[in-house]
Design a protein around this ligand. Structure first.
Ligand code: FES
Length: 187
């Protein structure tokens, strides 16, 4: 009997003519990020962070561009993207709400927090609102068990959450999103 093999490496990668990793990004990575690390692999996560921040996801084409820049295999980039919750291959909302659902938060009422977000925004965990404004995630322990329940609103951790506080945070996020976009200093 022989093993049947399949071509796993022939996935079609959607391509656009313009690169995702802009000249400005490449210059920033080369002059600021790479020198911080002993190996190019070390720079992978901060580079992915930049791309995720810029495009709200990491397109497959960008993974190939990053692999070329770092001189590593595209599969290594994909492995990292698929391992960490921080990175996504589909666009997330402008405001990503990550509610911790691990033990301490679970017993301190994380479900009420999740339910409030669901009711306010009409989305289930791991969904994004149709207008691309919010994504709701449930996350593993965020390292702040003594102040449970907690949630991230983008990169800011909010502790000892209540339903009222969640309402307030969503209102604040909506207010920020309704303001004209400012030029971002991000590469
Ligand atoms: S269980 Fe939620 S922060 Fe640790």
């Amino acid at each position: 009997m022989s093993w049947k093999t399949k071509q796993s490496g022939t996935m079609d990668v959607p391509k656009r003519s313009e690169p995702y990793c802009t000249a400005k990004m490449l210059e920033h990575w080369k002059s600021v990020i790479l020198p911080r690390y002993a190996t190019t692999h070390g720079a992978l996560m901060p580079i992915l962070h930049d791309v995720q921040h810029e495009y709200r996801h990491i397109p497959y084409q960008a993974m190939i561009e990053i692999a070329t820049f770092l001189k590593i295999a595209p599969s290594e980039v994909l492995d990292t993207v698929s391992f960490y919750e921080e990175y996504t291959t589909k666009p997330v909302g402008k405001c990503v709400i990550g509610v911790c659902h691990t033990f301490a938060c679970e017993i301190c009422g994380h479900q009420a927090i999740v339910d409030r977000v669901r009711a306010r925004l009409g989305i289930e965990p791991h969904e994004t609102t149709a207008d691309g404004a919010f994504t709701l995630l449930t996350m593993e322990c965020l390292g702040s068990c003594d102040t449970a329940p907690v949630a991230l609103f983008n990169e800011t951790l909010h502790e000892k959450l209540t339903v009222e506080k969640v309402d307030q945070l969503i209102d604040e996020a909506l207010k920020v999103m309704s303001q004209p976009a400012k030029a971002t200093p991000h590469p």
